[in-house]
Ligand binder design. Structure first.
Ligand code: TXA
Ligand code: MG
Length: 322
């Protein structure tokens, strides 16, 4: 398969309607979109990513008012969250419509629904006129793609087209909130913080688990139990760059908020002024370190506030056992 580079939302929408696999930018990370009502296309998507079929896909819609395209009911908690955060980096889990493919939801009777705010994503969805299932546009297990070239690096020859445009992305994925029960539960922390969710729903809580936000928990959000966000190089979390140790022959990469001293073994480094910038660039830095054939990436563990909470979760998983 030849992967086309495209710049027209209409072309992207046409390809999706025809059963194609199209990567496009969203305000969080690039998504790999397919027609959520086309089983054959959904199957191709799982194949292209090498994604386990037990990990459900988020369904993207153009407008929150179209929730019934994929969900059976709109619960009060979902309605309140969508009112506040849609369009934006939020996914609400709701009872699914029977018509939604069980391949998309990995056999669950719920569906994750998201209304992206990125203008290109919004236009593609609007023109496509149907729900679009879209996981992050990366090979399963690798860091998510926040630039079209990174998407191409992983998926060239495996998908039909990539929307060729970079722009600002938040750099962590949407916050996934289970809205099916009495109490809204954050299953995956993300770009909308838990404090922001709790301003709308004071009872909302994060799912308990081994780490922040139930990473590794994997019971209610199946996707959180697979290896995720991992570069080829080993990742080590540190509190300060003074903890960087250079072993014989190591090719070292470092990213963080604190500066690191220049040294011969350092093959890639990135220092950020703000936590937002750190989050936005984190996945791309892991990929950059791989391009420089780093053997070890030292990652300064983000402070636990604002978007740092979600970034810490991604950092922990990037450093996870494999
Ligand atoms: O920001 C984002 O959410 C990006 C962009 C492209 O929209 N998408 C994304 O998709 O991160 P993906 O496939 O990489 O992650 C989807 C997450 C997984 O953790 C999955 O388990 C969870 O959403 N999820 C999807 N449907 C679910 C459901 N019905 N119940 C519980 N968790 C669900
Ligand atoms: Mg992903």
């Amino acid at each position: 398969m030849i992967t086309a580079l495209i710049k027209s939302p209409r072309k992207a929408a046409d390809l999706i309607r025809a059963g194609g696999l199209i990567a496009f930018p969203t305000e969080t990370v690039f998504g790999l979109g397919v027609d959520a009502t086309n089983d054959e296309a959904v199957r191709k998507l799982f194949d292209a990513k090498g994604r386990p079929s037990s990990n459900p896909l988020i369904v993207h819609i153009a407008d929150a008012s179209r929730w019934s395209d994929a969900a059976a009911t709109l619960t009060p908690s979902a309605e309140a969250l969508l009112f506040e955060f849609a369009p934006g980096p939020l996914t609400v889990v709701l009872p699914k419509r029977t018509e939604v493919s069980t391949l998309v939801t990995a056999g669950l009777n719920t569906v994750g629904l998201r209304v992206p705010s990125h203008p290109i994503a919004a236009e593609i969805l609007h023109v496509a006129g149907r729900p679009v299932a879209a996981p992050s546009a990366n090979l399963s297990g690798r860091p998510s793609g926040t630039r079209w070239r990174s998407v191409l690096e992983d998926l060239d020859g495996r998908i039909d087209a990539i929307f060729q445009q970079d722009g600002h992305s938040l750099g962590v994925e949407s916050t996934v909130v289970d809205c099916t029960g009495d109490v809204a539960t954050v299953l995956r922390c993300g770009a909308v913080t838990t404090e922001q969710i709790q301003r709308v729903l004071p009872d909302a809580r994060e799912i308990a688990g081994k780490s922040h936000c139930g990473a590794y928990e994997g019971v209610r959000s199946p996707g959180t139990m697979h290896p995720h966000y991992q570069p080829r190089a080993k990742v080590k979390l540190i509190d300060s760059p003074t903890s960087v140790e250079v072993a014989e022959g190591a090719r070292v990469a470092y990213c963080g908020l604190l500066p690191i001293k220049k040294q011969d073994a350092l093959v890639a480094s990135a220092v950020f002024d703000t936590l937002d910038d750190y989050a936005a660039a984190f996945y791309e830095f892991l990929r950059e370190a791989d391009r420089h054939e780093a053997t070890i990436i030292y990652v300064q563990y983000a402070p636990d506030h604002g978007i740092g909470h979600a970034l810490r979760d991604r950092q922990l998983r990037a450093a996870g056992e494999r």
